[in-house]
Design a protein around this ligand. Sequence first.
Ligand code: PEP
Length: 249
Amino acid sequence: MTTRRKIAAGNWKMNGLQQALTEVEALSAANPAPGCEVIICPPATLLRSMAKRCAEAAINVGGQDCHQNSAGAHTGDISAEMVADTGATHVIVGHSERRETYGETDALVRAKTTAAWGAGLTAIVCIGETLDQRESGATLDIVGGQLAGSIPDGASGENLVVAYEPVWAIGTGKIPTYGEIEEVHDFIRARLVRRFGDTTGNAVRVLYGGSMKPDNAAEIGALSNVDGGLVGGASLKAADFGKIVAGLS
Ligand code: PEP
């Protein structure tokens, strides 16, 4: 039986100025020895100072995206090496907001994951269906296709975390039923085992994301094959995120 340490990952999205760094101190003070791995993904402007502040805390830091190339004429982008150079250890790739807003395809997400691994980062690869896709019964086909297309060969329990995030649950306050969450997570686990074998397939953590809150985190975290959460809005304030960390611990 594989034991997978749970993860509470916070995605701050485009939120947070320098003063928001104090949230990390509050989080750390409230959860000095969390029973789960804690990762905060602030905007790129805060990565370096966040990584410095978290060096002594039990908190890892991640970027929210990286370019697929290591350097070059890509105005406004940052490479995986640059993310790693800040002291970050993780990077989110393929978030639905990037897939939707910038038309990021599975092939591009796969290239970004390869770049993340090349820089020594753990990639948090996001997948998930839209409401139309769920209502038309296509959820498992969509999730299976994104999983196959977005993850390169060479995955391990250390370099890959998968985040299942139903697009319609992000920022809406709506979540699938617990049975629906388990169905998708069990399916993702089976696909990971089929592709990467028992050891790796059972070692990769699969997070749920989409309107996770203090009052549902523990119950969602206890579902089959749910190894924690990727949290947006409720990760911005230490008071809320600390409760989620506790709920997943
Ligand atoms: C997210 O954007 O990854 C997310 C899960 O957002 P929220 O928790 O706000 O739904």
